[in-house]
Write a protein that binds this ligand. Structure first.
Ligand code: FRU
Length: 525
């Protein structure tokens, strides 16, 4: 009898679990369908982005005890396609040296660190240790760089016993976020980190012993806030029109700063230049754009921060794959989600292109996202002026839109999402001001912050091409715009009281519009 009862109990538990799993997650307002979010609690920057043996790793700044920032861990997830993610146990925990701040990971293919095992290369993470006791005691060297390694595909980690590998000898208060990669030309590991108002570059033969190579940026670019989370990567120039030197190699520095973004708060600027194994110097074509105070922005919206690229993408793929944190320190800890806080942006591939106007970085959503498409809709309007309602054909809260505007620029062309409460989000292009804009002033909840919905975000159009293209992704509580082939990007979050259910396209001047639309399926479990 007792045995039967026990069996009954086990079977009931199993049945409950099955029903729960089949019914999907309990409804959680604002949880996106195809953006990465932590299972619960607080997340900020992406960390340790690395590809190894068929898996894309995404580590992230994680505080598992609360939905606000706290003692930092590295959360962990893997994916085989950058769209569907599997959550894994926490990878790195705070220790006696401090919290685990942002950093990067690489595969040490030649076992230069000697941390490999059984003929397999180690996965090596280099991150900032942030020592709270040191900070409280008023010292200035409480941030330093440390190493951890894994011999089992990132599942378990050992901290290097000789940490820190890069101490803070100059006692710089903001000395963090190391990003490491192998430079095949100078045959060394290079590490770039943020040192308050500039970056410092270091070199190493083995990931353990580092020597200072150079500094960059003190009087260049935007300086409205502290520099954080750099990434220095080689890129091949893709030429939009034929030039004398094809396959030119340049180096690009991604540089997040907080505050000081183009529309307020946190944002990421970029610099284009060359790296000779020691110094990073600006390309003469790019230099005028980065004169002190001026900047080019990877994304002009308020919600793409601390993004970096994946290491060790196979040469056969060759893409520079990027992901950012889809929030802003202005209000990140106050946004109205309940069980978790914040999402990552969509993964993007970055391109360096030479336009008639000069060298520019573009962002494109990765092609893997196409597998989420359902219910394709197409609309060709040779002479569009007014409004078209798409609510019955596309799911307004989770969709992709591609708009090609072929002739004559519109006065203002926009997409408006709304709900039954009259809340609305508008995104589009304004010809008079020659800007793209994102307007979340009437999107619903915004009383958690004075700046969240204070004004509409604007981003300049960076080409004079007659043909205008807008590629958009909407996912419950966020919109990402890739305009002009990703030359101008805007990423913004919003919080309607009820999900948006209506969508309309509007133009106040005649233009020819081709539209493709898709409802997008859930990717998250
Ligand atoms: C950027 C940042 C990093 C730091 C981390 C701490 O958002 O401030 O500079 O390492 O977050 O969580």
């Amino acid at each position: 009898m007792t045995r039967n009862l026990l069996l009954f109990f086990i079977l009931s538990l199993w049945a409950c679990k099955t029903i729960y799993m089949n019914s999907g997650n309990p409804p959680e307002p604002y949880r996106p369908l195809f953006h990465f979010t932590p299972p619960q609690m607080w997340m900020n920057d992406p960390n340790g982005l690395v590809y190894y043996e068929g898996e894309y790793h995404l580590f992230y700044q994680y505080y598992p005890e609360a939905t606000v920032w706290g003692p930092m861990h590295w959360g962990h997830a893997v994916s085989t396609d950058l769209v569907h993610w599997q959550h894994l146990p926490i990878a790195l925990f705070p220790d006696s040296l401090g919290y685990i701040f942002s950093g990067s990971a690489v595969i040490d293919w030649n076992n230069t660190s000697k941390l490999g095992k059984s003929g397999k290369p180690p996965m090596v993470a280099i991150f900032t240790h942030h020592n709270m006791d040191g900070e409280k005691a008023g010292t200035h060297d409480f941030q330093f760089q440390s190493l951890a390694y894994s011999n089992d595909k990132g599942r378990t980690w050992t901290k290097y016993p000789g940490n820190p590998v890069l101490p803070n000898t100059e006692k710089i208060r903001d000395f963090r976020d190391p990003h490491v990669r192998w430079d095949a030309d100078s045959k060394q590991w290079i590490l770039v980190l943020a040192a308050q108002n500039h970056v410092k570059i270091y070199g190493s033969p083995d990931l353990i012993h580092w020597s200072h190579l150079s500094d960059f940026g003190e009087n260049l670019g935007a300086h409205g806030g502290v520099w954080e989370c750099p990434d220095l990567l080689p890129m091949t120039v893709e030429n939009i029109y034929p030039v004398s030197s094809p396959n030119e190699k340049k180096w690009v520095l991604l540089q997040s700063l907080n505050p000081g973004g183009p529309n307020g708060g946190s944002a990421t600027q970029y610099f284009v230049g060359r790296f000779d194994g020691k110094n990073f110097t600006l390309d003469p074509d790019f230099a005028p754009l980065a004169a002190n105070g001026k900047a080019m922005w990877l994304d002009w919206g308020k919600d793409n921060y601390a993004g970096v690229t994946w290491a060790d993408i196979p040469a056969s793929d060759g893409r520079n794959l990027f992901v950012g944190w889809m929030s802003n320190w202005e209000y990140a800890t106050k946004v109205p989600t309940k069980t978790w806080r914040s999402a990552m942006t969509l993964p993007r591939s970055l391109h360096l292109k030479r336009y008639p106007e000069g060298l520019r970085l573009t962002s494109e959503p990765i092609k893997e996202l196409e597998k989420l498409r359902t219910k394709p809709t197409e609309l060709n309007m040779a002479d569009f002026n007014g409004m078209v309602d798409l609510s019955s054909t596309i799911d307004a809260s989770s969709m992709e839109l591609q708009l090609e505007v072929e002739t004559g620029l519109p006065g203002e062309l926009s997409i408006e999402l709304s709900n039954d409460l009259g809340e609305r989000y508008i995104i589009g292009y304004n010809a008079a001001r020659n800007v793209f804009f994102s307007d979340r002033r009437q999107t619903g909840k915004h009383d958690f912050s004075e700046t969240f919905a204070a004004k509409r975000t604007e981003a300049p159009r960076l080409t004079s091409n007659k043909h205008l293209s807008l590629h958009l992704f909407f996912d419950v509580a966020s919109c990402e715009l890739f305009a002009d082939g990703g030359l101008t990007a805007i990423t913004e979050i919003y919080f309607p009281t009820h999900n948006f259910s209506k969508i309309k396209l509007q133009s106040n001047r005649s233009c020819s519009v081709q539209l493709k639309g898709y409802s997008l399926q859930r990717a998250s479990k």
